[in-house]
Design a protein around this ligand. Structure first.
Ligand SMILES: N[C@@H](CCC(=O)N[C@@H](CS)C(=O)NCC(=O)O)C(=O)O
Length: 193
């Protein structure tokens, strides 16, 4: 299997971290620049986006959550990521949505600067509500899961790109959660670069 990725994509990081959590040693990494319309990436994904996963038969999967689901099914176990649990599935939708909002905010800022403030304000407001919901979620249930893996990476991306104020007095439970998990191998070995 070959994973097409770049070093700053939170989506690609979620796929890579899931593969590590599952202990899948067979994923080769193909580093690409999705913004440069590289033939190697466009051959597997006409949309020129990462992540894309090419299996040994040449089939290609795109879209992070579909790839993750495929990896778990292929592995035959979920390594304690609790993917059958409805709480996990429910939380994953919000955590993945936060990742999307943070990414959209970052790309908008990069390409449009300060234009489109209404849209950017809306993204930040939605992210703030997502953070509040996750603040409650991590207080009520401390179990690790796929949604928590996604949440951790979304938080690290928000910090990495300075999308919104994540100060500990606003989100104390999220800070505790973030610190408690930061030494996980799947997170340490996939840091943004
Ligand atoms: N919904 C997609 C999002 C993937 C995505 O937006 N990837 C970005 C990098 S973080 C990309 O490759 N962008 C290049 C482009 O849009 O041209 C997923 O879940 O995989």
């Amino acid at each position: 299997m070959k994973l097409y990725l770049n070093g700053t994509s939170p989506f690609a990081r979620l796929v890579r971290a899931t593969a590590l959590e599952l202990d899948l040693g067979t994923v080769a990494l193909e580093w690409v620049d999705p913004w440069a319309d590289q033939p190697a990436l466009m051959r597997v994904n006409p949309l020129s986006r990462v992540p894309a996963l090419e299996n040994d038969s040449g089939d290609v999967l795109t879209e992070t959550l579909l790839i993750v689901q495929h990896l778990i099914t292929s592995a035959g176990h979920d390594a304690g990521l609790q993917t059958e649990d409805v709480r996990t599935i429910s939380e994953l939708g919000v955590a993945y949505g936060m990742m999307e909002l943070a990414f959209a905010f970052t790309i908008h800022k990069k390409h449009c600067g300060d234009a489109g403030t209404t849209l950017q304000d809306r993204r930040q407001a939605s992210l703030g509500r997502g953070l509040q919901a996750m603040e409650t979620a991590v207080t009520e249930d401390t179990r690790w899961s796929l949604s928590r893996l996604c949440l951790w990476i979304a938080l690290d991306y928000i910090r990495f790109r300075s999308v919104i104020d994540l100060s500990s007095d606003r989100y104390p439970a999220l800070h505790t959660f973030f610190a408690a998990q930061q030494n996980r191998a799947a997170l340490q070995n996939t840091s943004f670069a």
